[in-house]
Structures are given as C-alpha cells and as structure tokens.
Design a protein around this ligand. Structure first.
Ligand code: AMP
Length: 248
C-alpha cells in the first residue's frame, strides 16, 4: 500500500489551509521535484484537500520491503543504493495502484496525486498511455536547501506521515502528531544514497520538466519556505491549470 492513499487515513488539512479545500474537482496531478523538495508532504495535503488518492511508488516499495514480499526483496537492492527500481517493475506497481485507488480502467476514473512517478522518460511515456493528466507541478528548490531538509527528514513508522525537524517539526520530538507512532530516519537517507538519487534526478527526471512544458502541462512552484506556503502556491497552480482547461 502507499502512504496516505487511503482517504480515511489522509491527514486532515485544517487551520490555515482549510480555506483551500476543493471538493468539486478531482484533478490528475503529478508532482516532480528533487528528493527533499517536499513532494511527499505536499502530496498528502493535496490528496486531503482534493479528496483524491496519494500514490507514491517509493512508499509502495517501502511497504513491500516491510511486508517481506518478493517485490520488496527486489526493490530493496535498488533502494539501498539510491538507484531506480527497473521500469517494468515500477510501471506495474503504479498501474496496480491506479486501478485500485483511482479507478483506472473502470469507466469512472478519478483524480490522483502521483509522488515519485514518473522518474524518467520511459515511465512518463507509460503513464501517458495509461491516463491523461491535468497538471504537472514542479516543486523547485535549490540543492543546498534539499540537502539541509533531507538531513532533518523523519517519517512515522506506523502511518508514514513525514516531518522535518528543521521546518515541519512534530509537536512532540520523535512522536507522530497523527497517530503517536515513532518517528525515524528513512533507511535510504544515507549521504551516499542521497548523492546518487540527486545525480539520477538531474540525468533522468529533470528532462521531464521540458517534456511536460512542451505539452503545456507544467507549473513550476517555488518550494522554498514553510510547507503551508508551498501548499498555498501549489493549489494556486492547480487551480490556474483548471481555469486554463476550462477555456480550451
Ligand atoms: P521516494 O520515496 O520517491 O524517494 O523513492 C524511494 C526509492 O524507491 C527511490 O530511491 C527508488 O529506489 C525507488 N523508486 C520510487 N519511485 C520510483 C520510480 N518511479 N522509478 C524507479 N524507482 C523508484
């Protein structure tokens, strides 16, 4: 299973962000951005605001590792190195989650927020064959900021909610605000694996920015600042895409 893909598990977006909640549109969103740009955090919030599933291939692989499945054993080898899991495996996992959670192929497909997929051109082509998209949001943040954030990243062992001790700390250190679970660093947040993932982002994933720009789908969002500020900007970008679509 992916992180907060089950809507009943989704964190409630209240307080300062409640005014952003949108209930009459289920957009099909892809989040692009370097590791540490806040994709997981923003995907959770967008999923709660738009009532669509958050689908994370990285979280699907981590769940398979925890469950000790064949898929988990295969994925772990690549994840520990910071390498990409082979496309045939990853595309299969994504398809399965789109079918189960977003109704792909059901005649009534819904919206979704994809976090961590696609990560290269062949995955982007495979996704395009499965579904159309409404907007691709590029969460733009500098490499220095990303390295600082990854060092502070913590994830709940139980519900997978993510925090950052630097700019998005839990109320009680080491404890999840949502479920009281224990907060830990991810196994693949080692310096070596992080460097490898950032290199791969530049060579494999960054070219997708141009590709989606050519298709008129890309919205670049400044991902510096607090998570709330980034959510505000991201919702604005999604709503702008909606207005553009309405005019087409
Ligand atoms: P993430 O949580 O998105 O940072 O993903 C963690 C790890 O899972 C990555 O470093 C890859 O090893 C693997 N992974 C996640 N998504 C993909 C993908 N779309 N293609 C290949 N490998 C992936």
């Amino acid at each position: 299973m992916t992180g907060h893909n089950n809507l009943n598990d989704a964190p409630q977006v209240g307080g300062a962000l409640a005014h952003l909640a949108v209930t009459d549109w289920a957009p099909r969103v892809v989040l692009l951005g370097r590791q540490g740009s806040g994709k997981g955090t923003q995907a959770d919030r967008l999923a709660a605001l738009y009532h669509v599933p958050h689908i994370s291939t990285g979280e699907a692989f981590r769940a398979a590792v925890r469950e000790g499945t064949e898929l988990g054993r295969t994925a772990q080898v690549y994840m520990d190195r910071g390498d990409l899991v082979p496309d045939d495996v990853t595309v299969g996992v994504l398809r399965e989650h789109l079918v189960k959670e977003a109704g792909l192929g059901s005649g009534h497909p819904g919206g979704f927020v994809l976090d961590g997929f696609p990560r290269n051109m062949s995955q982007a082509v495979a996704l395009g064959e499965m579904t159309g998209l409404d907007v691709v949001v590029n969460l733009d943040v500098s490499t220095e900021e990303v390295l600082r954030r990854i060092a502070g990243r913590r994830v709940c062992l139980d519900c997978k909610a993510s925090y950052n001790v630097v700019n998005d700390a839990p109320k009680v250190a080491g404890t999840c605000d949502h479920c009281g679970g224990q907060l830990v660093q991810r196994d693949d947040d080692t310096e070596e694996a992080i460097r490898r993932r950032l290199q791969l982002y530049e060579s494999e994933t960054a070219p997708l920015v141009d590709w989606y720009t050519e298709q008129g789908l890309l919205a670049t969002v400044d991902a510096s600042g607090s998570p709330d500020e980034v959510t505000e900007r991201t919702v604005q970008a999604i709503e702008a895409a909606r207005r553009r679509e309405a005019l087409r």
